[in-house]
Design a protein around this ligand. Structure first.
Ligand SMILES: O=c1[nH]cc([C@@H]2O[C@H](COP(=O)(O)O)[C@@H](O)[C@H]2O)c(=O)[nH]1
Length: 228
């Protein structure tokens, strides 16, 4: 594990900061059940981290659904209140507040669109996400030409920092294989906190693999250590 010091930190959102992946599974299963299909983890694995229209296109193709991506996204929109009471994942608050207190530049880089972000954040997490001065919403940001696993979203987000860090100085936190691939393609180091169902062989591109953000030691990447 070849670890280099970093100065800027970029966070994925779904499945990394927020426990929305189980909710996505419930939402997608509800939609595909109408066609007698099962939203398996194998299918989910391919879709996690991709942008809305790509997610819809892939699930339709994988499960052979008789609908257009637009129709699928309309169905998702009808069920989006499922995200309203989502929770922060263990370790997320402590890590983000710690970096904020130590004035480490941080940003949010989620493939979700801005509208989807608000469904997840507005009820309980506005104050927490106000700690991120820079945010990129892949599904609704035209400057993100290609979604994860392409590097665009992380390169676009890094350019939002006034001091324009080089990719090597950026550390990405991700849960999805597509997100890790995007970070590596962007030339950034990446800490992966994968769903336990993800096969170990799919985590080898990450700089470091943790089972929870609670395990993270900032000093490993030259960041200020936790006091406690
Ligand atoms: O079961 C699913 N998980 C995740 C996604 C997609 O993964 C992205 C999660 O964004 P991120 O991990 O970059 O925060 C969202 O765009 C969402 O559409 C999905 O479609 N289905």
């Amino acid at each position: 594990m070849d670890v280099k010091p970093v100065t800027h930190v970029l966070f994925d959102m779904d499945g990394l900061l927020l426990n929305t992946e189980d909710l996505y599974t419930k939402l997608f299963q509800k939609i595909v059940s109408k066609y007698g299909k099962e939203y398996t983890f194998d299918v989910k694995l391919k879709i996690m981290g991709t942008q809305a229209i790509e997610s819809a296109t892939m699930v339709i193709r994988e499960l052979d659904l008789p609908m257009t991506p637009e129709e699928f996204l309309q169905e998702c929109k009808k069920g989006e209140n499922i995200f309203a009471d989502c929770q922060l994942l263990p370790g997320a608050r402590r890590l983000v507040e710690h970096l904020h207190q130590h004035k480490i530049p941080i940003a949010l880089a989620t493939s979700s669109g801005e509208e989807s972000y608000h469904c997840k954040v507005d009820k309980h997490h506005t104050e927490f996400f106000s700690l991120f001065p820079y945010k990129t919403f892949g599904s609704s940001d035209p400057s993100v030409k290609n979604g994860k696993p392409h590097p665009d979203i992380f390169l676009v987000t890094a350019m939002k920092f006034p001091d324009k860090p080089v990719p090597e100085k950026c550390l990405v936190f991700e849960d999805a294989v597509n997100g890790v691939k995007a970070a590596v393609a962007a030339g950034m180091q990446v800490v992966m906190v994968p769903d336990p169902r993800i096969d170990k062989s799919l985590t080898t591109e990450a700089t470091l693999v943790l089972s929870s953000l609670e395990e993270f030691k900032p000093e490993l990447f030259g960041l200020p250590p936790f006091k406690d």
